[in-house]
Design a protein around this ligand. Structure first.
Ligand SMILES: Nc1ncnc2c1ncn2[C@@H]1O[C@H](COP(=O)(O)OP(=O)(O)O)[C@@H](O)[C@H]1O
Ligand SMILES: [Mg+2]
Length: 308
C-alpha cells in the first residue's frame, strides 16, 4: 500500500486524452504525477464502475495477489492541491466527480492465452489436477514457465469468479442459440497484460462486483454469468496455497463483503462518499455466496486428492 499512499497526495502535473490502446475509451485520461509516474485516469458517469475498480484492487491485496495495478480515487476539484492548474476541463470533465487513477504498467504489453491444460479441462469437464501436471511433464516441471502460467490462470479464474467480472474471462462464454462466444477460447485474454517476465496483470476491473445494469434486477446479470464462471472454476482442482489460506480466512468472517468494504475504506477515504442504493445488500450477498461456492469446490478437490 506504500505506493497508494504516495500517489494520493501528489499533484497532477499533466493531463491528456486517453486513446483506446492507451488507457481506454470514453473520457478517460492519461495523467502524469509530480514525481513523473504515469497513471490512467478513468472517468465514468456511473460511480459503480469506479468503485468496482478500486474494490477489485483491495480484494487482490487482501488475498495476497500483486497483479492488479495500484489505484487511488480522487474527486476532481480545481481548487485542491492535487488538481490545481491541471485544466482537466479540456477533457470535458466536470468538477466534483470521482475518478480512478491507476498506475501505468511500463513493460506489460503482450497477450496471455488460456493454457492447453485448462482448455482441455474446459472441453472435457475433467479438471486439471496433479495427475495432469505429472503426465505432461516436462512441460509442467516444478519451476517451468508453463507451471507458473497455469497457476496464475488458476488464481485469475477464482478472482474473476469471486468479483463476477463481466468483461474478461466471461468473453469466452458461448451465448445465444448458436452458442457463439465473443472470443474464441484460443484467442488472447481481454483486459489483461503480460510482462516480459511472464507475470499476468489484471487491468480494467470496472465491470465487476455490481452486475450493474440500470434497467434490470441485479440478479439478472448475476445469473447470466454464473454458469460460465462456475464451469471455469471447475476446470482447476489445484490452487496456489497462499490464495487458499486467504480465501478461507475471508470466508470465516461473518460478512466477507463487509470486511472487504471496510478494508478498502481504511485506505481509500472516498469510500464513505459511495451512494449505496437498494441493490447494495444484494451485491454483498452475491459476493459472499460466490466465496462459499469457491470454498466448497476447493474442499471437494482436497477430498478427491486425499482419496487417492
Ligand atoms: N494500467 C495500465 N498500464 C498499461 N496499459 C494499460 C493500463 N490500463 C490500460 N492500459 C492499456 O489501454 C487499453 C485500454 O484500457 P482499458 O482500461 O481496458 O479501457 P476500456 O475501459 O476502454 O476498456 C488496455 O487494453 C491496455 O492496453
Ligand atoms: Mg478494457
Amino acid at each position: 500500500m506504500e505506493l497508494v499512499k504516495k500517489f494520493r497526495h501528489q499533484q497532477v502535473k499533466n493531463i491528456t486524452n486517453a486513446r483506446q490502446s492507451v488507457c481506454g475509451s470514453g473520457k478517460n485520461g492519461i495523467v502524469e504525477l509530480e514525481d513523473g509516474t504515469s497513471m490512467c485516469a478513468r472517468y465514468e458517469k456511473n460511480q459503480y464502475l469506479i468503485f468496482a475498480e478500486a474494490l477489485a484492487f483491495y480484494l487482490s491485496r487482501l488475498l495476497g495477489m500483486d497483479n492488479v495495478p495500484e489505484i487511488v480515487l480522487s474527486k476532481t476539484d480545481e481548487s485542491s492541491d492535487q488538481w490545481k492548474g491541471s485544466d482537466f476541463q479540456k477533457l470535458n470533465w466536470k468538477e466534483n466527480v470521482e475518478v480512478a487513477l491507476i498506475k501505468w504498467l511500463q513493460n506489460a504489453s503482450s497477450e496471455t492465452f488460456m493454457p492447453m491444460a485448462i482448455q482441455n479441462a474446459y472441453r472435457t469437464g475433467k479438471p486439471v489436477n496433479s495427475d495432469v501436471i505429472h503426465y505432461t511433464a516436462p512441460l509442467y516441471s516444478t519451476h517451468s514457465t508453463a507451471t507458473a502460467e497455469l497457476m496464475q490462470w488458476g488464481t485469475m479464474i477464482i478472482f474473476d469468479n469471486l468479483i463476477g467480472h463481466y468483461d474478461r474471462l466471461i468473453l469466452y462464454q458461448p451465448v445465444g442459440k448458436r452458442k457463439i462466444s465473443r472470443r474464441s477460447i484460443t484467442s488472447g485474454l481481454y483486459n489483461s497484460l503480460k510482462s516480459p517476465n511472464g507475470k499476468i496483470w489484471l487491468i480494467d476491473n470496472e465491470s465487476a462486483f455490481f452486475y450493474q445494469n440500470k434497467y434490470r434486477d441485479p440478479a439478472y446479470n448475476y445469473i447470466q454469468l454464473l454458469n460460465f464462471h462456475d464451469k471455469m472454476l471447475k476446470t482447476m482442482c489445484i490452487f496456489q496455497s497462499s490464495l487458499v489460506v486467504e480465501l478461507r480466512k475471508l470466508s470465516n468472517l461473518p460478512s466477507p463483503f463487509h470486511h472487504l468494504w471496510m478494508y478498502a475504506s481504511t485506505f481509500e477515504p472516498l469510500f464513505v462518499t459511495f451512494k449505496k442504493d437498494y441493490r447494495f445488500n444484494e451485491f454483498a450477498r452475491f459476493f459472499n455466496k460466490r466465496l462459499d461456492d469457491i470454498i466448497d469446490w476447493i474442499d471437494h478437490c482436497k477430498a478427491l486428492s486425499f482419496e487417492k
